[in-house]
Design a binder for this molecule. Structure first.
Ligand code: HAM
Length: 424
């Protein structure tokens, strides 16, 4: 029996790769205009890193991590997210000495042992950004503007931005207690998970999908009514700046995130087109994280987008790998020798061209050109070599034109505009 891949871990096949590359290239371009530089960190880290940053009582750490002991008995974990590894690297390499603000972005696979379904996988990919060193709310607005800019640029307009504030170590404990008091009075209406969460992670109860928990918490106290003056002002400025930029958003005071490191602003980009997995991007501020992980007391804010979910949303947009600009069909040995050289020269110039290497008949070569959706085909045989000219056929409209073999490269170059050229 042949070996298959692992449940929840997908191959990304050539037929869908154009969309992936489009999403990645657009991120690189846009993030660069906001001053972000790429950072690449390993996919495996010490388990302790995630326990300390994401939080011991979160679903991710409690249930979803791929954790194993290596041959030296060290506990390692496949990264379930990118923020903690990026902070670890930031601290380890003292990137804070290079500049007062570090703007970093990353892309790559993450791993969570979740129950796979549409839009939720065990290996999935994130494109994320982290800005460390500035606690000014204008930076929150910039990050959200960059995220909105990205969604516009990739053509996803059916998503909406939701924002909230989770307060800070000054105001959160009092809110947490108020919420616990509220929940304790409704304990019997909560699901077993939430009954447990009441003491360990009460904010998560607001996020529970179970009907009875939703009903029990309709009138739960809002975190926004319990912010200290400084968090309140911060959140007001974020909104003011988003309004100034015309970035639309809604406030969702029940949005709590599945990771414990957040402070103040949190946000999600949500869609109605993905069923239960409605978040396509999410993030927030984490002003205590760098210090918590042993670094200096520097604030941070960031987000990560789920690439599989973006790809699902872009399914109808048909982003395709460009087809060959030219197919060189040949008849006879001399024509083949001539065409082989031209093929190589075109490719070196960044023009995608193809020819046959399997001895197919002329007719079969033309069929192949058709299958590959080539823009042009040129037929070269003994006759063409003798007369020094050949027929160049435009495959879409069938129009033919005579082209001189002497200077063929220049002639082709002039014909093939930039859109047909793929630079390798
Ligand atoms: P997160 O909300 O856990 O946040 O994940 C961010 C995004 O990754 C989600 O909105 C979703 O699109 C995608 N995602 C998460 N889990 C899966 C899955 N199992 N399958 C497919 N896609 C998934 C974080 O990871 C934070 N590190 C974000 C952040 C960066 N906060 C600050 N900086």
């Amino acid at each position: 029996m042949s070996i298959t891949g692992i449940k929840g871990m997908n191959d990304i096949l050539p037929e869908e790769i154009a969309t992936w590359q489009f999403l990645e290239e657009t991120a690189r371009k846009i993030f660069a205009t906001y001053g972000c530089q790429e950072i690449r960190v390993p996919v495996v880290e010490k388990t302790e890193l995630f326990c300390r940053s994401i939080g011991e009582t979160t679903d991710i750490v409690e249930k979803e991590m791929y954790t194993f002991n290596d041959k030296s008995d060290h506990s390692l974990t496949l990264r379930p997210e990118g923020t903690a590894p990026v902070m670890r690297s930031f601290i380890q390499h003292k990137l804070y000495n290079l500049d007062q603000v570090s703007k970093l972005y990353y892309m790559g696979p993450m791993f969570r042992y979740e129950r796979p379904q549409k839009g939720r996988y065990r290996q999935f990919h994130q494109i994320g950004a982290e800005i460390i060193g500035i606690d000014d709310p204008r930076m929150d607005a910039q990050v959200l503007a960059m995220l909105s800019h990205y969604f516009e640029a990739v053509g996803l307009d059916d998503v909406s931005l939701q924002i909230n504030s989770l307060g800070c170590p000054e105001c959160r404990p009092a809110y947490r207690q108020t919420l616990i008091d509220f929940l304790q009075e409704r304990m019997d209406q909560l699901c077993p998970d939430c009954q447990r969460r009441c003491s360990s992670n009460p904010l998560r109860v607001l996020d529970c999908k179970s009907k009875s928990c939703k009903e029990a918490t309709v009138d739960a106290p809002s975190v926004l009514d319990h912010l200290c003056p400084s968090c309140d002002e911060h959140f007001a400025t974020v909104q003011q700046r988003l309004n100034q930029l015309g970035t639309s958003y809604t406030i969702n005071n029940r949005m709590v995130r599945g990771l414990d490191y957040y402070t103040k602003t949190t946000f999600e980009m949500v869609t109605n087109n993905l069923g239960a997995q409605n978040a396509v991007a999410a993030g927030g501020r984490y002003d205590g994280l760098v210090e918590e992980l042993g670094g200096p007391a520097l604030p941070g804010i960031g987000f990560a987008m789920g690439v599989e979910r973006l790809v699902l949303l872009l399914q109808d947009k048909k982003i395709e790998t460009p087809p060959p600009a030219l197919f060189l069909a040949t008849l006879g040995e001399e024509a083949e020798l001539f065409a082989f050289k031209i093929l190589n020269q075109l490719q070196r110039e960044g023009i995608y061209a193809e020819m046959d290497f399997s001895g197919k008949s002329l007719k079969a070569q033309l069929r192949r050109a058709d299958k590959l959706n080539c823009r042009y085909t040129i037929m070269i045989g003994e006759n063409e070599l003798a007369t020094g000219s050949a027929q160049l056929k435009h495959m879409v409209d069938g129009e033919q034109q005579t082209i001189q073999l002497d200077g063929l490269l220049d002639g082709l170059r002039a014909l093939l505009d930039d859109s047909a050229a793929t630079s390798l």
